[in-house]
Design a protein around this ligand. Structure first.
Ligand code: CTP
Length: 390
């Protein structure tokens, strides 16, 4: 079996608490310090940092991480090491209101993202300063063109901007945590605030953007075609609001072969079979799945049933389904009769329905949160200027 390329942080990292001045304490998940120091000595390597709340991780988040890496490869570096910074539950609660997903659930998706090499977690919502950048041994701090202000006052990036250690990336249109919460609130029976004006309501999926998401995180590495794989594993599903439970299923599935193909059902098929349209569109779901280190490719609008024709066409050796009570459904009958079905246990305990349930339970609080944040986002969108995408 050919080896999966070692991108992202699928390997073990050490953890170290780092104190920066009085107000910033974070947990740094990194390889041995000696390896980090070697990277700093290498003129072909650059270390960069992208922070966020990364709640309900979406294509805007993935695209910010992707672009941050891409900008520095375009500047000529041979190796770009990305440290993703994640704000703590308490920090987000103080700035925007409590996140829908816990820190642990947010970490699970971030660490599985192919552009992420290291993590800095438990971040307070304070200035991402030069002192912090130095403590994490990063040369540059990056953010989308929606620069936040800390509640305590002051721009979160003023210090690094002043010291020329800041890199702007284009904020992705049509999507945000606020916007997804808006969709979820509508889904759960009405929402008070809808961002005013004719704004885009989904991220745009050009062929170029899709191909950037499908490409390896390191541009020096050639994309691996399915024909080069010796054991193709297939998992079909909706994968709406890609979460810790999905990540566990997909990583386990990937470990059964050397190429993971994810079949995504169309919005219409999901509505037809489950009675409700997914929260994210097919193309938003595709870009999220392609952002995971363990996913090699996706089928857009995959058949509801895993057919013999699909298995033969894609040279699938193993079809994976999440283990549930009772027999696997009729969708898997052909795979089972061919002896290629594997049922995989998922322990994460998080499902898309559970996320929708949390939203319904916290409807009032989330509507209030969005009442404050959606107008700010709308005013950013209405006043924005063109920023090229990296
Ligand atoms: N980001 C982006 N495009 C989006 C949303 C976020 O490029 N559509 C970037 C931000 O600029 C930032 C990073 O993703 O660099 C993390 O942002 P975060 O505050 O977690 O994301 P939002 O979805 O904007 O959150 P919210 O709606 O709660 O403000």
């Amino acid at each position: 079996m050919t080896e999966r390329p070692p991108e992202g942080i699928a390997r073990r990292l050490e953890q170290e608490w780092v104190q920066v001045g009085d107000e910033l304490r974070l947990l740094w998940h990194r390889p041995p310090l000696q390896q980090v120091e070697e990277q700093l000595r290498d003129p072909g390597t650059v270390r960069i940092f992208v922070n966020g709340c990364f709640d309900l991780m979406h294509v805007g988040h993935y695209n910010a991480l992707r672009q941050a890496k891409s900008v520095f490869y375009q500047k000529g570096f041979q190796r770009v090491v990305l440290v993703a910074g994640l704000h703590s539950d308490a920090a987000i609660a103080g700035q925007k209101g409590p996140p829908l997903l816990t820190e642990e659930e947010r970490i699970a998706v971030l660490r599985a993202t192919k552009w992420v090499d290291e993590l800095a977690t438990a971040l307070p919502y304070v200035s991402m300063s030069v002192k912090m950048a130095d403590a994490l041994r990063v040369h540059w701090v990056c953010h989308g063109d929606d620069l936040p202000i800390c509640k305590a006052g002051g721009g979160m990036y003023s210090d690094v901007i002043e010291h020329n250690r800041f890199q702007l990336v284009k904020r992705t249109e049509g999507i945000s945590t606020t916007q997804i919460l808006e969709r979820l609130l509508r889904y759960c029976g009405g929402s008070k605030c809808v961002a005013g004006g004719p704004l885009l309501e989904t991220a745009l999926a050009t062929m170029h953007r899709l191909s950037q998401f499908a490409a390896p995180a390191d541009p020096c590495r050639a994309a691996r075609p399915i024909s080069a794989a010796s054991r193709v594993v297939y998992v079909g599903g909706t994968f709406d609001l890609l979460h810790a439970g999905h990540v566990e299923l997909l990583e386990r599935a990937a470990s059964l072969g050397d190429y993971l193909l994810v079949g995504l059902h169309s919005d219409e098929a999901v509505r037809h079979h489950k009675g409700a349209t997914p929260v994210l569109t097919l193309l938003e779901r595709a870009m999220a799945a392609l952002s995971l280190h363990c996913v090699d490719d996706v089928v857009l609008g995959a058949p509801w049933e895993v057919t013999r024709d699909l298995i033969t066409t894609m040279n699938i050796s193993q079809v994976v389904a999440a283990k549930k009570e009772g027999e696997p459904g009729p969708r898997f009958a052909v795979a089972r009769s061919m002896g290629v079905l594997a049922e995989v246990e998922v322990t994460a305990g998080l499902t898309t329905q559970a996320i929708i349930g949390r939203c319904a339970e916290r409807r009032e609080q989330l509507a209030e949160r969005n009442g404050a944040l959606a107008p700010k986002e709308a005013s950013y969108t209405q006043g924005k200027r063109y920023v090229p995408e990296a």
